[in-house]
Design a protein around this ligand. Structure first.
Ligand code: S3P
Length: 172
């Protein structure tokens, strides 16, 4: 059975944009963990953080991830901090090929600046602070089966690279 594709990586690494395109090309479903959390809670991620705090957000995130880990033939885009709970990666790994989109801090910083209000953990952070957060998570992202360095690649190149890896690595 073909596995799911699970995209992990820091905020702004392109998981959602790339995941949607991969899903279209493969004819698979697409799930964004943050979007599902927002649907379940009936509010934006930033409001969940502001009203209930990170700990509550992580609880809902873990429930959502446990649920979507059981789906079949889907591309899953995970919030950047989903890797903080080992149980999330363990669930996703059962039926998924986990790919880390590795993006350099300069690119991340540029992208995040445009939409930091929607990213409570990045809001108001300097480039150095974000770099530290990224470094602290590096070991967690390394739990992916594969990593793709997205530097100097177009979105379409990254999408094709993911599809090639997927087609060649997972049995039918
Ligand atoms: C977070 C990343 C966000 C979202 C939440 C927390 C993080 O998702 O889940 O704001 O801890 O890195 P994106 O990576 O899609 O921005």
């Amino acid at each position: 059975m073909k596995k799911n594709i699970v995209l992990i990586g820091f905020m702004g690494s392109g998981k959602t944009t790339i995941g949607k395109l991969v899903s279209q090309k493969l004819g698979y479903g697409f799930i964004d963990s943050d979007e599902l959390i927002e649907q379940k809670c009936g509010m934006k991620v930033s409001d969940i953080f502001n009203l209930y705090g990170e700990e509550y957000f992580r609880e809902v995130e873990a429930r959502v991830i446990s649920e979507i880990s059981d789906y079949t033939r889907v591309i899953i885009s995970c919030g950047g901090g989903a890797v903080k709970q080992k149980s999330n990666i363990d669930s996703l790994r059962k039926k998924g090929l986990i790919i880390w989109l590795k993006t350099c801090i300069d690119e991340i910083y540029k992208r995040i600046q445009y939409n930091s209000v929607m990213r409570p953990l990045a809001n108001g952070k300097s480039k150095e602070e974000l770099e530290q957060m990224m470094a602290a998570r590096e070991e967690l992202y390394k739990k992916a089966h594969i990593f793709i360095d997205t530097s100097n690649k177009t979105i379409n190149e990254i999408v094709d690279e993911i599809i090639n890896i997927y087609v060649n690595q997972t049995p039918k």
